[in-house]
Write a protein that binds this ligand. Sequence first.
Ligand code: AMP
Ligand code: ZN
Length: 469
Amino acid sequence: MKLYDTLSKTDKELAPKNPEDKFNLYSCGPTVYNFAHIGNLRSFLFADSIRRSLEYVGNSVDWVMNITDVDDKTIKGTIAEFGPEATVDNLRTFTTKYLDIFLQELQSLQIDTASIRFIRVADVIPQIQEYILKLVEKGYAYQTEDGTYFNIEKYQQDFGDYGQLVGKGFLEGKKVGARVKVDEYEKDNLSDFALWKKHTSEDANIYWEHLTLGKGRPGWHIECSVINDIAFKHQSTDLHTGGVDLVFPHHTNEIAQSQPFYKPFSHAWAHSEHLQIDGKKMAKRDGNVYALKDLTGKHPLNGLAFRYLCLQTDFHKPMNFTWESLEAANTALERLYRQFDSLELGKKLHTAENAYETYINKFKSAVEEDLNLPKALAIVWELLADAQVEDSSKRAILLEIDPVLGLNLEHHSPAVELKVTAEVQSLLDARKQARATKDFSKSDELRAQIEAQGFEVLDTPEGQQIKAK
Ligand code: AMP
Ligand code: ZN
């Protein structure tokens, strides 16, 4: 399977180094200080789709995700809730609440949390400290009054590839040497970044003690280097994922922190583009930051309508969320469920020769060519509409490809039943009348109106019958 690799800027074949090995997949996980927004969730659906596709084409995948429960934002949130004396225990309580919500959200998106190894930063503080000390020993980090920083200049001298994930000319016109303590910063601000931040009153009583590094807590970037190292036992990761905002500084810095120990840090990098709302960036001040609960409150199909919506846009392209598009995705998914459910009952035709292989191959190549899921989804509808394929084959094909799409076709929750409303009934009565008087153009017109309401009309010897489309 091929996927666009942000580092080499080419489509890269994904495979574990050794065919007997598992494929090591690492995703930068959520910062658990609030509900995840639907943009965050899109990035996890991207990683989940990669995992599903890799398994579909025959790999066994070891998927690891860090949980950022120690950073500027989680500490600020804990202090807002527990006050100026907040402790590490309070931080745990605060972040666990949002981690639990996150896990439930993943499940309602049909992302199997049992198949992911989650590693919380607060659980690996001693390993992070040890790792930072090794960087100091090797000369890639130095201690100052307020913490320990990564030395970009030294890294650049030895490796010469700092910023390559962004692009070749990244360093041009930039001065190295300044220092930055905050976790998030802009591109033009090329700076040595904090690996260990010494304690200040801003962190209340949230800190860990260390003899050499001093009382403090880790910076944001170091966690992913250390967690990769722990999870994959000092070996290069096969693929590392995240949203595009992570290319710099987060992933760029992860590479720099890791390559003094092994290179490449990751064989390939995949970044999903951002989700926007009504064409605008999600921002608190615009009141358009939506969590999954804001969507599912309005829709019966829970997270899966959102999953379906995400599948309709290539993950490498920005996605524009509107309420109408969610509504349409919900309707399409319900229609898919109804059509799937009625398959065995439908008419049987002789299946064209090789139809099974043709559809499976078409689907597989859509997935294998850079994860083209909108195309994969279109193939599902093409199959359902194909009169040359009998229902039992359609069912078998759909069940084989559903593990990639994750739409839960076989065990889906009931689609909302289409009710024969008074309006549909009167259209049916009028059509019966039109047929009795042999007014077939009127009858066809009425059929179209009935179809617009979501029903198919069948003319049988017993008269008109309708079924959900
Ligand atoms: P965070 O919880 O902020 O650490 O982010 C979790 C993931 O969401 C990261 O992979 C981000 O790159 C990604 N992300 C953040 N904002 C958006 C957005 N608007 N659309 C898509 N992904 C996003
Ligand atoms: Zn990360």
